[in-house]
Ligand binder design. Structure first.
Ligand code: ATP
Length: 495
């Protein structure tokens, strides 16, 4: 009715203006365009997007807990928590407060999103995911509106699919739920977080659809305290970088659809990929398959996995051609690192190469025999020796050092500093605040010079072997840890 009156009035105004000789055609054109947009539904969509842009992604391919490698503790903690959704009657009988939120904390790429998807599969819940950054807008109130929309859509989706529960997954929750009052445009951030808290407080066991919020962050220290209080995110599950067993499991999962050469030793690859996340490992398997394709090989071979690991760690090989003398210097430098690393930590060298990648002109890839959580004084000293070995080799074999070792010195300095601050130096137990910069500096220098003496002695005794190793590197560009070890055995070099 109102629409018809408005349309009639508009037509009357336009006719009146036209009668008085005013050109009304541009206005007619614009109004016509608006009418077409309106009736095709595009207008409504545009207006909706301005206010509350769709922030939701639905799970497409189901993920199960069996698709997730390692993370044994996280998986079992999560399974236990999810019983709240699977057995609601038991929970209600015992008068237990429903679990409303689970926070997954850990470094990027460790499988937090996969765990949330697997949780949805495990509990037969509808799954919706959004990222914290999608709730942040300049306009006050829009984020809060999106939070409301997310919860409404989760319930609708579950009802549509005849499910009794829904899981909402919010990635990077620290972006929308940081400590309140700290942002410049804090009103908008605070409103968004308040709305999330309101929605979580409003969830109850007695609804036809039970909603569980799962959130992921790698900065739980930034989260507002209100979010973490009981009754909101009641559980926090740590999702850490995988250990060696975990890496092996992940590698097996990501190679199960790939033709593998029988000589590939995934245990060795797991050992070589210390510090890699699940996402890194998936990338190693994928890159290895690409390299096999480039090689025209029907299977993925050990060399493909080795190169893929280097690529994921350091970046693509560079075409940069070094001058003859420079290449020799890199070979001597890396050779120095490799033999000292192998002597102080037998079996630790995975490969040594002089082909430039990323920022490195060459490098030695080391893999500790076991994942180390703690380091002893002798292990730290050994690490310093490995750092110093490159420049020492240059000095003994080529007569002078180069700038190529500055990064090594930085690393050595950091290790020595860590030793001092952990109470492992001649100063005994110290606190950084009470330690003068001068005394810290001198103690670090003493530790480093003591290790330098050891390295000088070793390299000077084995110069001919180092010459040999450098020439082998110049010939073949890359040597495996095995080849370096054989060379040491032939030369009868031991610690
Ligand atoms: P971010 O914090 O960056 O969002 P995330 O912890 O949520 O990362 P996912 O998105 O779950 O990580 O993982 C990214 C990809 O890495 C997955 O699609 C999968 O291929 C691989 N991946 C990570 N962790 C694992 C794992 N534990 N098992 C198998 N694959 C994994």
């Amino acid at each position: 009715m109102l629409k018809s009156i408005g349309l009639g009035a508009l037509l009357a105004i336009l006719t009146f203006l036209w009668w008085n000789g005013i050109n009304v055609w541009p206005a007619v054109l614009i109004l016509g365009l608006v009418a077409v947009l309106y009736y095709s539904g595009a207008w409504q969509r545009m207006m909706q997007n301005r206010g509350a842009r769709q922030v939701v992604t639905k799970a497409s391919v189901p993920t199960t807990f069996d698709d997730i490698g390692g993370q044994t503790t996280a998986k079992s903690e999560l399974r236990e928590a999810l019983d709240f959704i699977r057995y609601p009657e038991r929970i209600a009988e015992l008068g237990i407060r429903p679990l409303k939120g689970i926070l997954l904390t850990g470094p990027p790429g460790t499988g937090k999103t996969m765990l949330a998807k697997a949780a949805a599969d495990f509990t037969d819940s509808a799954f919706l995911s959004a990222s914290g950054s999608e709730f942040v807008e300049m306009y006050a109130g829009v984020g809060a509106q999106r939070v409301r929309q997310l919860f409404t859509e989760a319930r609708q989706m579950a009802r549509r699919d005849n499910r009794t529960s829904a899981i909402i997954f919010i990635d990077e929750i620290e972006v929308m739920a940081g400590k309140r009052g700290q942002h410049q445009s804090h009103l908008e951030y605070d409103q968004t977080l308040n709305q999330l808290l309101v929605e979580m407080d409003g969830m109850s066991t007695y609804e036809d659809v039970r909603v569980l919020v799962m959130a992921a962050t790698n900065r739980s220290d930034l989260l507002d305290g209100a979010l973490m209080r009981p009754g909101r995110f009641d559980r926090s599950v740590g999702v850490d970088l995988p250990d060696r067993e975990g890496r092996l499991h992940i590698l097996k999962l990501h190679t199960r659809n790939k033709p593998m050469d029988p000589n590939v030793d995934l245990i060795r690859v797991a050992q070589d990929t210390f510090g890699f996340s699940g996402a890194h490992l998936e990338s190693v398997c994928n890159e290895a398959a690409i390299l096999a394709l480039r090689d025209g090989s029907k299977t993925l071979m050990a060399k493909h996995l080795m190169e893929a690991t280097d690529k994921v760690l350091l970046g693509e090989k560079l075409d940069r051609t070094l001058r003859e003398g420079e290449l020799n210097r890199v070979a001597v430098h890396e050779g120095g690192h490799a033999i000292v690393a192998e002597v102080v930590n037998p079996g630790s060298v995975s490969s040594v190469t002089i082909s430039p990648r990323g920022m490195a002109l060459g490098f030695v890839r080391q893999a500790p025999d076991d994942d180390r959580l703690l380091q002893t004084v002798s292990e730290l000293k050994a690490d310093i020796q490995v750092c110093l070995a490159g420049s020492t080799a240059e000095r003994f074999i080529l007569g002078e050092q180069s700038t190529g070792a500055s990064n090594d010195f930085e690393k050595a300095w950091d290790i020595a500093r860590r030793m001092v601050l952990s109470g492992l130096s001649s100063l005994g137990v110290v606190h950084e605040e009470g330690l003068s910069p001068d005394s810290l500096y001198r103690t670090i220098q003493d530790i480093i010079s003591e290790q330098q003496e050891q390295v000088d002695g070793f390299i000077s005794r084995h110069q001919s072997m180092l010459h040999h190793l450098a020439s082998l590197l110049l010939d073949s560009e890359t040597l495996s840890g095995e080849e370096v070890r054989n060379l040491l055995i032939e030369s009868q070099i031991t610690a």
